[in-house]
Design a binder for this molecule. Structure first.
Ligand SMILES: [Zn+2]
Length: 200
């Protein structure tokens, strides 16, 4: 069993204050959250820095990820250091993930105009974010309904843009702390989304 935050931004996203060092320090001191996917907007730079710092700690695992703006809304890809090619449509990004045997998650499907909204019903992503603290309770409720309707695995994330936000949401995954096992467990729905809005 492993607890994973599948959606975290670093300063390389441009809208986050989380430096690689602060992220690794926070994971080092956290009692159980030791695994995160760095999912910056459009860049792998943050992942490279964080994963390099994390090699000093045996218990920390950093997964490569990216949050891309597609023609119809945001999609998160986790498991590869490659970036999806243009043109970036939701379909090409999901296909890109499938071809590499990694995962594509629809983040906060109903949060803002940059989210996929009802277009998600046409897609076959790996999983849906059913809890994102940056979405309203109503938007999260709609996301949960969508995941149930499409019969897709459910994940919860922090979508942290500041270090205090880390751990607000995370996913309990039935896997060892190993990237391939984690990705396979998400694909087969062995996930339990957990909301944690209590300050640590
Ligand atoms: Zn995000």
């Amino acid at each position: 069993m492993v607890f994973v935050d599948l959606h975290v931004h670093t300063i390389y996203s441009g809208d986050s204050s989380i430096t690689p060092k602060r992220l690794v320090d926070a994971l080092h001191t956290h009692s159980f959250l030791k695994t995160v996917a760095v999912t910056d907007h459009k860049t792998m730079e943050g992942y490279y820095h964080v994963s390099k710092l994390a090699t000093a700690y045996e218990d920390i695992l950093i997964l490569p990820g990216i949050e891309v703006s597609t023609t119809h809304g945001d999609v998160v890809v986790i498991g590869t250091e490659e970036r999806p090619p243009y043109p970036i449509t939701p379909e090409t990004v999901i296909e890109f993930a499938e071809e590499r045997n990694v995962i594509a998650i629809i983040p906060h499907p109903f949060r803002t105009l940059t989210s996929l909204g009802d277009y998600a019903r046409r897609l076959k992503p790996t999983a849906i974010e059913v809890f994102n603290p940056n979405a309203t309770p109503e938007q999260n409720r709609m996301a949960l309904e969508l995941a149930r309707e499409l019969n897709l695995p459910q994940v919860a994330v922090s979508d942290a843009h500041s270090i205090e936000e880390l751990g607000r949401g995370y996913t309990k995954i039935n896997a060892a702390q190993n990237m391939d096992e984690i990705l396979n467990a998400i694909k087969s729905g062995q996930t339990q989304p957990i909301q944690n809005l209590i300050q640590q």
